[in-house]
Design a protein around this ligand. Structure first.
Ligand SMILES: [Zn+2]
Length: 181
């Protein structure tokens, strides 16, 4: 008796389908090629990822990497590769989810509560911009939701008191108490 043949799912298919499932605004296009199927992941008409027999190629703004090769991922496993790609998508402001359907938030940048808004000069209201319509209450101490439709010119943080948006380097440092000698 011969063993039943179990169809092997190629790594590119398994990872592409998992990403597509956990990235609601994405679309998946599949092309046939001599080296196997090629999976392209798009969002709003923009090509973000290409997955083929060699690995994942990035077309998203990511300082960390340009590609992932399957032969380098045999020890960590494909689930971890999927999680890592989704994390990079979250860092690039895409709305993606964990396998238990919780939104993956980008890593917070450190903002001291003493740093002050350059516009209203108040501290304690600076939040990291999170692209989306809403945010769960538990994260509102660190993030503030700004809809994608709002143009930000790359701004990363927002003052929730006056509405100023900008970058960490623009914040005013804690004012020193005047020296009395
Ligand atoms: Zn302000």
């Amino acid at each position: 008796m011969s063993e039943p043949e179990i169809p092997q799912v190629a790594p590119q298919e398994s990872v592409a389908v998992a990403i597509n499932t956990r990235f609601p605004a994405s679309t998946l296009q599949i092309h046939e090629s001599k080296t196997g199927q090629i999976f392209e992941i798009y969002s709003v008409g923009r090509l973000l990822l290409v997955l083929d027999h060699k690995g994942v190629r990035y077309f998203i703004p990511s300082r960390r990497k340009r590609n992932i090769k399957w032969d380098k991922t045999t020890t960590i496993g494909l689930d971890r590769v999927t999680d890592s790609v989704l994390r990079d998508l979250a860092e690039a402001d895409y709305e993606v989810f964990t396998s238990s359907n919780r939104q993956i938030l980008k890593r917070p940048i450190h903002i001291s509560r003493y740093m002050r808004c350059p516009e209203c000069k108040e501290s304690g209201n600076i939040r990291i911009i999170f692209r989306g319509d809403s945010l769960s209450g538990e994260n509102s101490e660190i993030y503030t939701a700004v809809p994608r439709s709002e143009e930000l010119n790359g701004a990363k943080i927002k003052c929730t008191l006056c509405g100023w948006v900008g970058f960490r380097g623009q914040l005013l440092k804690k004012s020193r108490a005047p020296r009395t000698s």
